[in-house]
Design a protein around this ligand. Structure first.
Ligand code: ZN
Length: 70
């Protein structure tokens, strides 16, 4: 299991969608459409399952890496 991530269209950085999935079942999920409140912009972004991926490292590690980069 890992965090489902997308790329923020405004900053180009990876952000967690708040969804947790495992790679195989996420790949098998039919295309869907969702919204996420972006932690970087503070705006809502719309995203499709096609644009998302499952992160292998923990969401916490990803988040702290972004905090350093910001
Ligand atoms: Zn954003």
């Amino acid at each position: 299991m890992g965090a489902v991530m997308i790329k923020c269209p405004d900053t180009g950085r990876d952000i967690p969608t708040g969804m947790i999935a495992d790679r195989e079942s996420f790949k098998a999920t039919p295309v869907f459409f969702a919204r996420v409140l972006c932690p970087l912009c503070g705006k809502q972004h719309e995203w499709f399952a096609q644009q998302a991926w499952v992160a292998v490292d923990s969401p916490t590690a990803t988040r702290s890496r972004h905090a350093v980069a910001a």
